[in-house]
Design a protein around this ligand. Sequence first.
Ligand code: NAD
Ligand code: WQD
Length: 354
Amino acid sequence: MTRGTVLLTGGAGYIGSHTAVELLGAGWDVVVVDDFSNSSPVALERVAQVATGPSAGHLRWHRLDIADTAGLTSVLADEAVDAVVHFAGLKAVGESVAQPLRYYTVNVAGSASLLRAMDATGVRRLVFSSSCTVYGDPERVPIDETAARGASNPYGRTKLVVEDMLMDLAAADDGWQLLALRYFNPVGAHASGRLGEDPEGIPNNLMPYIMQVAAGRHPFVRVFGDDYPTPDGTGIRDYIHVVDLALGHVAALESSDDLPGFTAVNLGTGRGSSVLEVIAAASRAVGRDVPYQVVERRPGDVAATWAEPALAEKLLGWRATRTLDEMAADHWRWQSRNPQGYAGEGAGPPTPPA
Ligand code: NAD
Ligand code: WQD
């Protein structure tokens, strides 16, 4: 007897794969749809290996673009899906500035396609991957869910538009249960060292870049500015272990029955860390100093953001427990054991299970 069947769009990606492990472990059957545009089926093979336990659910997957509403409708009906977690989307801020139409098509039209398929099949429970980016440049920290929303780039605007779409849907029909989880900065990897973030090309984000420096792929970390109004002058963010984030989704699915309409909830730790603190934690994890140099500020960066996570504890009964040192240690274990990411194993065209 499982807890039900949950569909993960983008379930082969970084956050989706870790969430799949935790959902399976909690006894959910998991169905993934992914077009593998930014992931590998090898991640799903590893999800199945890592997710064990006496009451673990079953994993199935389909190669599908979320633009394919008819395909999604068939999967929702054939797999008797009870709820959906919608990770699929594009997430690179710089790329969204250069290719806005692609971002609106995949993130906004893709979400509308999914919602149409859910509407057609009567599946009314959705957890959506939103982002702290919807707070733009916050007026105050910590940021709670009542803070003004805004966005300074097309990626952020796609998240705002999808949140607006969910609010409109909830206002039109009170049968929906729509939860937007606003993630802060996910880092780290599964403690097994088998699952982690597999960025294509040179990473933009801090932790994966630090880890590539530690692995010898770049000479030093560029610290983007040390003249911010923060204690050490470098930018402050709320880094959250990806496994804590994954557990937040399990808690969200188990609470969403009690949350009709639209609800937005922050998933963060409530603690900010500076760039230099992250480099120090990574150096401890690696066992030697990771070299860095201070360079100019990166355009568009804000000085400091971190979450007020109280609402997640109140509504979902969830809070993050893993420390920055655990985030760095787990990220390094993944990086050092999988220097080529998932490409080092099982590369080749995917074959869905029968
Ligand atoms: P990811 O790129 O690792 O995962 C996204 C997955 O979606 C990939 O497996 C990709 O192949 C798939 N995908 C993309 N377009 C698709 C399409 N048209 N049809 C089907 N599948 C498609 O990214 P992630 O870091 O796991 O992020 C997941 C979600 O969380 C995204 O919506 C992202 O915007 C959001 N988010 C991420 C972060 C972060 O820092 N990683 C922070 C806040 C919010
Ligand atoms: C963190 C800190 C940088 C790289 C981005 C998206 C956001 C969300 C999470 C999806 C900042 C500094 C970075 C480097 C550095 N994603 N830095 N050297 O910018 O907080 O958020 O990811 O929704 O939308 O914008 O994360 O990891 O890029 O930067 O000094 O090489 O590290 O200036 O202070 P960010 P990040």
